[in-house]
Design a protein around this ligand. Structure first.
Ligand code: AGP
Length: 372
């Protein structure tokens, strides 16, 4: 009903707006003022966590994208090798698992059959399974060794938004907690990240306040057939997520690519006036990567693309090549997906509405997929 939507036109819009609170609630009580993490609820002992020699993440759809981003954070901060796999592929290829593998199953609903079957397979191989889940008492956390709940609140729209942002937060917390108990890299970089993570919900709020031009742009693109999304590093899974949102909501051909792969094939897709969304990494720490993506933007623009550039405030290098520029606040590189995804959600939601689609209940989709 309209009352349940709190005055928003759709649950999706309401849930996009709830993201600052969802993120803050997921952090609540888990970082103390001194910057150390408390994840008592985790139920895997620090001794067990010190034994882990591999992390394997299994998930589907948007949760899989959260897992792809988590890999960058886990490997960079903890130096533990991390694999990410689509839950539906996992058990069919005889994965190498053992007692020292930590399997992380990410699921909003906790009822996704593909993810459940993957975690059952992992436990049969003797691995510990940690669920990152938004639904209390659902099947996936019940069958896991431990659970870290995301506190997004109920997500009604089929397209996942606030659950995704809180999955990212939960993954960062797990990665940082692994550093803490293992004593890895517990230095300035980690302390700075924890500080920025505790403030990230305010940054999400700031992004939401600047979304009007994104909505206006989305409406002008309602007649297009294809939108491409490019990113590098953690911006690559963000590009995949932007494309998934557009597919499921706007029923458009949307594809996400790693920008470095362009020249290996996808650049052939670029046509005159085709919208291409580019997620630009921070110009600060990984400036080489930043320079490369600026060249990628130039390359596609020279071939006629209409470039929609998502870049940090203060990043001036992209300005000459951006037909449309969407600003996001500066964050540490690994946290950027939390802010960079928001404009893509708004973009897809508005474009779908402009095409006359039912955004909360896209055709052919179910909120939770309980069959394999
Ligand atoms: C997201 O917008 C999708 N509707 C879908 O990909 C979803 O993320 C996927 O089915 C996994 O669901 P879960 O998080 O409930 O396991």
């Amino acid at each position: 009903s309209a009352a349940e939507k709190d005055g928003y036109a759709s649950f999706m819009l309401k849930e996009i707006a709830e993201q600052p609170k969802a993120v803050a609630d997921t952090l609540l009580g888990r970082i103390d003022p001194s910057g150390s993490l408390t994840l008592d609820e985790l139920r895997i002992t620090p001794a067990d966590l010190r034994q882990i020699d591999k992390v394997v993440i299994v998930a589907c759809g948007t949760a899989f994208h959260a897992g792809l981003i988590a890999k960058y954070a886990i490997e960079h901060w903890t130096r533990i090798p991390c694999e990410v796999e689509l839950a539906s592929e996992f058990r069919y290829r005889d994965p190498i698992l053992g007692g020292r593998s930590l399997v992380i199953a990410i699921s909003q609903s906790g009822e996704t059959m593909d993810t459940l079957m993957a975690l059952r397979h992992a436990r049969e191989q003797g691995s510990k399974v940690l669920a990152i889940c938004n639904t209390n008492g659902s099947t996936i956390p019940r069958e896991s060794d431990a659970v870290l709940y995301t506190h997004a609140g109920p997500e009604v729209a089929v397209a996942s938004t606030k659950a995704f942002l809180t999955q990212l937060v939960a993954c960062y917390l797990v990665a940082l907690y692994l550093c803490q108990v293992r004593g890895t890299k517990w230095g300035d970089e980690i302390q700075a990240v924890i500080k920025d993570l505790s403030k990230i919900s305010e940054e999400v709020e700031r992004v939401l306040e600047t979304m009007e031009p994104v909505r206006a742009l989305a409406r002008t693109l309602a007649g297009k057939d294809t939108v491409l999304f490019l990113g590098r590093h953690v911006g690559y899974p963000v590009a995949l997520e932007g494309a998934l949102k557009l597919k499921e909501l706007a029923y458009m051909h949307a594809e996400g690519f790693a920008a470095g792969e362009l020249k290996h094939g996808p650049i052939a897709l670029v046509e005159e006036d085709m919208p291409v969304v580019v997620v630009v990494p921070s110009p600060r720490n990984r400036s080489l990567l930043h320079d490369k993506i600026v060249s990628n933007i130039q390359e596609i623009r020279a071939r006629g693309a209409r470039t929609i550039v998502i870049a940090e405030e203060g990043d001036e290098a992209v300005v000459p090549y951006a037909d449309h520029l969407i600003r996001i606040p500066a964050t540490p590189t690994l946290l950027q997906p939390v802010v960079a995804t928001v404009p893509l959600q708004v973009f897809a939601c508005e474009l779908a509405a402009a095409r006359g689609n039912e955004v909360d209940q896209p055709r052919n989709l179910a909120k939770s997929v309980t069959v394999e």
